[in-house]
Design a protein around this ligand. Structure first.
Ligand code: NDP
Length: 290
């Protein structure tokens, strides 16, 4: 079996490292060729000397499974340039937060990503988890891979299938909607949930988000808002979010696939808080050359 990982950042490096333990041909792709990467975990650093190459220079044929672990903002570009890596049977697993990018691909397999980490220059800090959740449908190449991962005594990567995938994916979107919005726009970490005003604002964002998700049928229970607020309050106060780190690093955010994705689907619903959030996130990257 041939496997590709595109995007060797916080998420992709952990996927790549674990897949490299299997007896498969796994090829890693980045924006620039490199001779390896370093992951730090619980204060210990390990370097992995796996070659990273560029997609355009690759002439080794197509893959059975391709993991795409770039930011959602890079997906459209990948979908237009990776045709030589895929065939009709290739399973393309999209390891991104957010929604609304699936149509760039022919037969995508979106995954809910439970891998927490952060890329800082050339070093990746892996905080916790190595799980991808996908919909419970028959995908022969992925099924073979799941069996191989399950049988391997050391690999930590788990690909789990869920019959409740739609709800879980929307709940992850809503979790990101709430916390990414307030941490990015305040440029502060999870400690802001100690402020009652921030908690109230976040609750209002979530209530609007749940109303949009449930506008045609109930997918997420309204009680999810309480659960999400409890989750935020349990986070380490120093923990940021991907959108917070993007804003701090002055780079483009994934807001088009989180806040704007929901806002574009609000229909006749009144969403005064989300209206402001989307306007400010759009203004943040306006004419900044991203
Ligand atoms: P990173 O920025 O750490 O990694 C993305 C990687 O993709 C970078 O190494 C980047 O290279 C590379 N890349 C960008 N464009 C291309 C390209 N055209 N070809 C090949 N490689 C490319 O992002 P994350 O890993 O943090 O995030 C990936 C996705 O996972 C996002 O959607 C994020 O929201 C989601 N996610 C992240 C979590 C986390 O804890 N980090 C948790 C759950 C989900 P370069 O550095 O050169 O730009």
């Amino acid at each position: 079996m041939k496997i590709a990982v595109i995007g060797i950042g916080a998420v992709g490096s952990v996927i790549a490292r674990e897949l490299k333990m299997l007896d498969y041909d796994t090829v890693l792709f980045g924006r620039q060729p490199k001779s390896g990467f370093t992951i730090s975990e619980a204060g210990e650093e390990h370097s992995y000397p796996y070659r990273i190459e560029t997609m355009d220079a690759y002439q080794g044929g197509s893959f059975d499974v391709v993991f795409v672990a770039v930011k959602a903002t890079a997906l459209r570009g990948i979908s237009q340039t990776f045709h030589h890596l895929i065939n009709e049977e290739t399973e393309v697993i999209l390891c991104e937060n957010g929604m609304g990018y699936e149509h760039y691909f022919d037969r995508p397999v979106p995954a809910v990503v439970y891998i927490s980490g952060q890329k800082k220059n050339d070093r990746i800090e892996h905080f916790q988890d190595a799980t991808l959740l996908i919909e419970d449908t028959s995908r022969p190449n992925i099924d073979r891979l799941i069996t191989a991962l399950d049988k391997h005594p050391e690999t930590q990567l788990e690909i789990k299938k869920s019959e409740d995938f739609e709800r879980i994916r929307y709940e992850k979107l809503l979790i990101n909607l709430g916390i990414n919005s307030v941490t990015a726009l305040s440029k502060n970490t999870s400690k802001i949930f100690e402020l009652e005003s921030v908690a109230q604002l976040t609750r209002a964002i979530l209530e609007e988000g749940v109303a949009i998700v449930n506008s045609e049928r109930e997918i997420v229970s309204p009680e999810f808002v309480d659960r999400a607020m409890a989750i935020y309050k349990n986070y380490n106060p120093e923990m940021g979010t991907s959108m917070y780190y993007d804003v701090m690093a002055d780079v483009k955010t994934e807001y088009a696939y989180i806040q704007k994705h929901l806002h574009d689907r609000k229909g006749p619903l009144e969403t005064p808080v989300l209206d402001v959030i989307v306007t400010l996130l759009e203004a943040y990257q306006y004419k900044r050359g991203y």
